[in-house]
Every structure is written in structure tokens, then in C-alpha cells.
Design a protein around this ligand. Structure first.
Ligand code: 8OZ
Length: 378
């Protein structure tokens, strides 16, 4: 048996790591530790968007996380941008996810689903009827996505009509409703990394002149209405939001990062949301002034704050002890270490990850990373 669940976590051997193992109330979600599993795209779902059977084991193995945030899951067929990502818009998806939430709960864990619409980061071959991707404006990203033919340039998007915007907001509400039906403890609104919501926030990708574009007070409208729609279906205290201020993923930029994301934080404040999640850095060499800008934005937030990006255990504990974070989300380390919290507590060696099995494939590099218990009995 792998070490999973919440009761089997050993006492941390290093006193400095204790802050990681304090329980926390993230809105309405009570978590036993501050070690969150970051959302991780793995491209192993069935073609119709139903999560694979393997995903049941994958998430169950990681149930000792304070909170699991699932891989990004499209809220509609038009929200899909890569091959074999899961959805949360059909009953078959609900049935697939139900098996996963039950397995995680049985193992003593908590799991929230990340609600995703890729916007312009897609390809006509992935969309119903070969449609063009949806976006605030016709601004094509200089980036690629993964299709049946391998890596391909993303397609030129169409500018969303007001009807398409309304429909998409309804799709977010339906996804939240289906998430509740599937037994999730919460949802995370993916407003980061240059996907649809982020595309509305940035003045580089949003060139609309209606009430959804122009000044930041208008560009923020889509995030606000999505958040309203989601929290009309699931408690705000069970809704987290992920942002990536200063992020450059998917050809993103914005002329005024501090102003843009400051208003985003303001719009999310005062709602009693579960948490705010920042993608802080994809690598460790982020300039000091960017880190300072991110810290200023985090200070502006009135609730539970969860940074993510290349943290190790000591750093994460330090941030929590210093009041700079309430929990920390770990990505790649959770890919290769299903029992990451136990390993942190014991000061055990960490498995290295294999980047070649991150996206697509089967059990290899997915469900076959050993937990400590497995190694002892192997
Ligand atoms: C890696 C590959 C494909 C998508 C993100 C959902 O960056 C993603 C993603 C990551 O937020």
C-alpha cells in the first residue's frame, strides 16, 4: 500500500518544515496540510474528454496533498486546445470524474477541478466542425499546440460575439454544476497562462471596443462575470482562481502588469473565495522587480494565497512562516513523487521527473512513480 490519506503523515523531522503541516481553512475547504498539488496537463484522457481509468490511480496515489487541483479541464468543446485533455461538459465526463473523486476521498484526500477555456490557443482540427478558436479579438498567438499531427501553429481565432461570450459564461456555470455532481470539493477558475480569461485581461490580446474591452475596468468584466456564474453554482468558499501576472506563456504580454492584475485582484476580493493561486515563475531566475511586483499583488489579496513555481520544501515553509503564502502548490515534484508530503516530512530522497512522459502516453511516467512504502516492500 502507498502512503496516502491524511492520518498516515509522519511528524516533520525538520522543525523548519512544520508550517507546511499545519491545517488550513481555504474558504470552505479544510485542508490538513499546506502542500497543494498544482494543476498538471497530462494528455491521457479519452478522445471524448472522459478521464481515463488510469487517472483514478494517478489521483488516488496523490491523495495526501493538502488539496489536489486537477489538470485543466475544458468547460466546452470549444474550450479545448490540445489533444486528449479531459472535459467537464458531458455526463460521461461526470461519470469518469466521479470515480476519481470517490477514490481520492476514500484515500482521505480533497480534490478541486480546474475549469479551463483555452480561447485562441487551439487549432481548427481540435474544435467542433473545424471551427476557428474563440478569442476576444482576432490576434493570433505565436505559439504551437499539440494535435493529431504533432506540434502545430495555433489557428487564427475569431472575435467572440456578445452571444458567444454569454454562451461561454453559461458553459462555466454548467461546468461548476457538473463539478458538484461529480463530487469535487471545489473548482479552480483557470485565469492564467494566456488562456481565454487572461486573453480578455491583457490589452495585447483584447482589442475590443465594447463593454468587454478597452480600459481595464472593461477588460475585467469577463473574469467578473465568469466568477459570478461559477459561484452561482458552487459556494465562493469552494472556488479558487489562478492568475499569472507577468506571465509570458502562450505569447502573453500586457502593457501595465501591476495595473491589470491589481484590478483583477480587486475584483476577486471581498467574495469569500477559497483561495487565490499565482503562477509565480516557471523557472527560478525571475527578475527581482517581477518578484516584488508579484508580492505587492499578493498583499492586495484579502484571502488565502497559494503561490506556485519551482519551490522546494524549505522555501515553501519559509514563505508560509513569513506570512508570504498560506499554502504552496507543487507541480513537477508531484508528478514524480505521489507521496510528496510524506517525503518532505521524513526528509526522504525525491524521485526525479522524466519530462518525456509529461504529456500523453500511458502508465509510464504517470502511475508508476514509486511511493516510499512501495520501495520498502519492493
Ligand atoms: C502544459 C501543456 C498544456 C497546457 C497551462 C493548462 O499552462 C496548461 C498547460 C500546460 O496552464
Amino acid at each position: 500500500m502507498s502512503m496516502t490519506g491524511t492520518t498516515s503523515l509522519p511528524e516533520p523531522r525538520q522543525a523548519e518544515l512544520k508550517p507546511l503541516f499545519e491545517p488550513l481553512k481555504a474558504g470552505d475547504i479544510e485542508v490538513p496540510n499546506r502542500i497543494f498539488m498544482a494543476p498538471l496537463t497530462r494528455n491521457r484522457a479519452h478522445e471524448d474528454g472522459t478521464p481515463s481509468e488510469l487517472a483514478i490511480d494517478y489521483y488516488r496515489q496523490r491523495a495526501s496533498a493538502g488539496l489536489i487541483i486537477t489538470e485543466a479541464s475544458q468547460i466546452s468543446a470549444m474550450g479545448k486546445g490540445y489533444l486528449d485533455t479531459p472535459g467537464i461538459h458531458e455526463n460521461s465526463h461526470v461519470e469518469g470524474w466521479k470515480k476519481i473523486t470517490e477514490a481520492v476521498h476514500e484515500a482521505g484526500g480533497r480534490i478541486a477541478i480546474q475549469l479551463w477555456h483555452v480561447g485562441r490557443i487551439s487549432h481548427t482540427s481540435l474544435l467542433p466542425g473545424g471551427a476557428s478558436p474563440l478569442a476576444p479579438s482576432v490576434v493570433r498567438a505565436k505559439t504551437q499546440t499539440f494535435t493529431k499531427n504533432g506540434f502545430e501553429d495555433v489557428s487564427e481565432p475569431q472575435a467572440m460575439s456578445l452571444d458567444q461570450i454569454r454562451q461561454t459564461i453559461d458553459d462555466y456555470a454548467r461546468a461548476a454544476r457538473l463539478a458538484v455532481k461529480a463530487g469535487f470539493d471545489g473548482v479552480e477558475i483557470h485565469a492564467a497562462n494566456g488562456y481565454l480569461i487572461d486573453q480578455f485581461l491583457s490589452d495585447a490580446t483584447n482589442q475590443r471596443d465594447d463593454e468587454y474591452g478597452g480600459a481595464i475596468e472593461h477588460r475585467i468584466r469577463f473574469l467578473r462575470e465568469v466568477t459570478d456564474a461559477v459561484t452561482s453554482e458552487i459556494a465562493p468558499g469552494r472556488t479558487g482562481v489562478r492568475l499569472s501576472p507577468y506571465g509570458q506563456a502562450n505569447d502573453m504580454s500586457a502593457s501595465d502588469q501591476q495595473g491589470t492584475y491589481g484590478v483583477a485582484v480587486d475584483v476577486l476580493n471581498g467574495r469569500g473565495l477559497s483561495y487565490l493561486h499565482f503562477v509565480e515563475r516557471f523557472s527560478r531566475d525571475i527578475p527581482e522587480d517581477v518578484m516584488a511586483g508579484l508580492a505587492t499583488l499578493a498583499e492586495r489579496w484579502d484571502g488565502v494565497f497559494v503561490p506556485n513555481g519551482s519551490f522546494n520544501a524549505a522555501e515553501a515553509a519559509e514563505w508560509i512562516a513569513a506570512g508570504k503564502a498560506d499554502a504552496v502548490a507543487f507541480g513537477k515534484l508531484f508528478i514524480s513523487n505521489p507521496d510528496l508530503p510524506a517525503r518532505f516530512a521524513l526528509g526522504a530522497e525525491l524521485n526525479e521527473w522524466d519530462q518525456s512522459t509529461f504529456y500523453g502516453g500511458g502508465a509510464e511516467g504517470y502511475t508508476d512513480y514509486p511511493a516510499l512504502g512501495d520501495q520498502l516492500t519492493a
